[in-house]
Design a protein around this ligand. Structure first.
Ligand code: ADP
Ligand code: MG
Length: 317
């Protein structure tokens, strides 16, 4: 298939425009009209073949992940996803592959009211970059630098599953079949916590999504806010079956690829947060406290300090 057939049949034909999209796919640039009283949040996340995904990944799974990791950044700010651009490099434009990719991409975009307004398509080694834009009421976006001493530390969903699946792929561990199935589903189809993030706008102080490992990502909040935290590793939510593997603490605290939200909120917000969790059908767990002493202290249920071999993922480490 040719580049322009792809754009016409699979992108222009599927595009849907809201009232703020003055001009969508098809010109040199899209035009978006800002609305009074709303801030626009912009973020990009890139996935590379061989680094972020195996190049024999199913196109539907890949499309889901490419978008979900970007939706997760909007969730972390409490923003409502609105528009995205998608730049792709592919070794060839195989029509069946492209169709499966686009069906999955638009299914997830539609589920979030997200519109694709542009992008770029080139031949090359597998690379997918999405730039996503979302909105919040002016001044309300959740930032990393807003944690306060005495806040509770919360995390959504379950941590460590995606990393456990990756260890199995690398033959570093052999997960039982049913455990692998659950972990692999978490790795391939992360669920961006958009509804939770939006609800947290008026409840949480600081928030961030867990993409590179819980300890490292929480540390970003602590550094930005000039505070510390104590977290009970035994309280961190995970798949209970993972605790039979010796690496479980490493996976849960430092695994990455979880796309859950870690956030801080005053204790007075506890009931409202539990109600929001029920409304948004997203489990949340209270795992620690923000302290005036800087640094992140990980302890177990008996109060012993937990030491990790590394705290998270760094591409240049
Ligand atoms: P230009 O030459 O100005 O870069 P292109 O011919 O590459 O324009 O693209 C034509 C139109 O198709 C543009 O509106 C562009 O935003 C859109 N487009 C191209 N590739 C993609 C893609 N992968 N996803 C979404 N929109 C795309
Ligand atoms: Mg172009």
């Amino acid at each position: 298939m040719k580049e322009f057939d792809f754009i016409k049949q699979y992108l222009v034909a599927r595009q849907d425009k809201d009232e703020q999209v003055v001009l969508g796919i098809g010109d040199d640039a899209a035009i978006i009209r800002p609305q009074a009283g709303l801030d626009i949040h912009i973020s990009s996340d890139m996935l590379l073949g061989g680094r972020h995904f195996f190049t024999d990944v199913k196109p539907a799974d890949l499309a889901h992940k490419v978008l979900a990791v970007n939706l997760s950044d909007m969730a972390a700010m409490g923003a409502t996803p609105k528009w995205a651009t998608l730049s792709v490099a592919l070794p060839q434009l195989d029509e069946a592959w492209v169709r499966a990719f686009c069906d999955s991409l638009f299914a997830l975009a539609d589920a979030h009211g997200l519109q694709l307004v542009g992008g770029d398509t080139t031949r090359g080694d597998w690379a997918f970059n999405v730039t996503i834009m979302g909105q919040t009421p002016q001044g309300l976006g959740l930032r990393r630098a807003a944690a306060e001493v005495g806040d509770d530390v919360w995390v959504s969903g379950r941590l460590g599953l995606a990393c456990a699946a990756l260890y199995d792929h690398w033959n570093e561990v052999h997960l039982d079949d049913d455990v692998f199935t659950m972990c692999e589903a978490a790795r391939l189809r992360p669920q961006a916590r958009v509804a939770l993030g939006q609800g947290l706008l008026t409840l949480a102080h600081a928030a961030q999504d867990v993409s590179d490992g819980f300890a490292q990502d929480l540390q970003h909040i602590l550094t930005a806010s000039q505070v510390g935290a104590v977290v009970n590793v035994d309280a961190l939510p995970t798949l209970p079956e993972l605790k039979q593997y010796e690496q479980w603490q490493q996976w849960v605290c430092a695994g990455g690829d979880d796309y859950e939200l870690v956030f801080t909120a005053p204790a007075t917000a506890r009931e409202a947060i539990m109600a929001l969790a029920a409304d948004s059908q997203t489990a949340v767990t209270l795992v620690g406290k923000i302290t005036a002493d800087t640094g992140l202290k990980l302890i177990d249920a008996s109060g012993e300090e937990v030491v990790l071999t590394h705290k998270g993922f760094d591409h240049f480490e």
